[in-house]
Write a protein that binds this ligand. Structure first.
Ligand SMILES: [Ca+2]
Length: 124
């Protein structure tokens, strides 16, 4: 968490000057971004800030959600897009630095098993 704050500060210094180049690049954190998509839902993970953006991509009456876990021993968690088709909602988290995060885009099917993509594994 502290490291991310430092990097955010470093990024804003970089934005304001041209001096940062190599120093900032070598200090880059190890987080990796990712995308999971299924018919009717998409989830994008941005490791910088630990954000999930959950989009409902189909007008079918089924809600889109992000099914995710990380190693907090609390099992699966859900970020449910509260909007309707065409909407996206971003959820902010604060995972430990360099923690493995697994997630998948899902569609909440009232009458059938939920339609989920396969798991995507990334680094927070
Ligand atoms: Ca939908």
């Amino acid at each position: 968490m502290v490291m991310k704050k430092l990097l955010r500060n470093a990024a804003s210094v970089c934005a304001a000057s041209l001096i940062c180049g190599i120093g900032f690049a070598s200090a880059a954190w190890a987080g990796t971004d990712g995308l999971s998509e299924t018919d009717g839902a998409s989830v994008r993970f941005i490791s910088y800030g630990d954000k999930f953006t959950v989009c409902d991509t189909k007008r079918d009456g089924a809600a889109a959600y992000n099914d995710y876990f990380w190693y907090d021993n609390m099992g699966d968690h859900r970020d449910v897009n509260p909007g309707s088709a065409g909407s996206c909602h971003t959820f902010n988290h604060d995972f430990p630095e360099n923690e493995a995060v697994s997630f998948r885009a899902c569609e909440d099917q009232p009458l059938y098993p939920d339609d989920c993509d396969s798991w995507v594994n990334r680094i927070a």
